[in-house]
Design a protein around this ligand. Structure first.
Ligand SMILES: [Zn+2]
Ligand SMILES: [Zn+2]
Length: 242
């Protein structure tokens, strides 16, 4: 809707004739739309990264534990006697930064969260696409929002001129509502995406993901209750420390 309003209302108001500025804005709008669609598609279609079954079996063999049954492995894991990270649901060794997704029902490498909007986990291989999707969507919302302020001002002046009995501009009356709705939509989505993108920028810059951040916060409290300071908050290995 925002793209429709931008291409049919806002841009023609800025540039009544086809000029260099009009073509530049048009190409940039199309570029943003392609970037949003591309990164969304890649976030949906790219596997977040799953644990290789051969890798798990290799870890068991290297520790001479491959002959143990699932129940025995679970018992050892519950007693914290296994020298590697272990998923109790998959009953397999897992890399330290992998987490089990209850929706996908498998372990995901560097899992951030399961996103219903892309119907996929956000993990090691598609976190970049998810983050760039958010950044491009935020840029598009901001771009439309600030461009449409000029259109809103023009619309307001037209209303004022109508009240004074002067000739109305060529803008069709029926588009007012759809423009106003798209304006609010861009503002609301932009604010929500700004918060989400800021959060992901924070966890990426600090070398964590969302799950590790909360694990680190939990571990910090435990260390603090012992009067100790936990330094390696960016390393997911610390999540194994009680
Ligand atoms: Zn698992
Ligand atoms: Zn999932």
């Amino acid at each position: 809707m925002c793209a429709y309003c931008h291409l049919t209302l806002v841009l023609p108001t800025y540039y009544p004739e086809v000029t260099f500025g009009y073509i530049s804005h048009l190409l940039f709008s199309i570029y943003l739309l392609i970037c949003i669609a591309f990164h969304y598609f890649k976030a949906v279609r790219t596997s977040p990264g799953n644990v290789d079954i051969n890798w798990s079996d290799g870890v068991l063999k290297s520790h001479n534990l491959h002959q143990l049954s699932s129940v025995e492995l679970k018992e050892l894991a519950a007693q914290k006697k296994l020298p590697f990270a272990f998923c109790k649901k998959c009953v397999k060794p897992k890399p330290y930064r992998a987490h089990h997704c209850s929706v996908c029902n498998k372990c995901v490498l560097k899992m951030d969260h399961h996103c219903p909007w892309i119907n996929n986990c956000v993990g090691h291989h598609n976190h970049r696409y998810f983050f760039l999707f958010l950044c491009n969507l935020l840029a598009a919302c901001a771009y439309y929002f600030f461009n449409s302020i000029y259109f809103a001002k023009t619309m307001y002046l037209r209303k004022a001129s109508l009240i004074r009995g002067q000739p109305a501009s060529s803008l069709p009356e029926s588009n007012d509502f759809i423009f106003f709705f798209s304006f609010l939509l861009a503002a609301a989505i932009g604010l929500a995406i700004a918060g989400l993108a800021s959060w992901h920028a924070f966890v990426i810059v600090t070398g964590q993901n969302t799950i590790e951040f909360y694990n680190n916060q939990y571990n910090k409290k435990i260390f603090a209750s012992r009067g100790e300071v936990k330094f390696e908050q960016f390393c997911s290995l610390s999540t194994t420390v009680p």
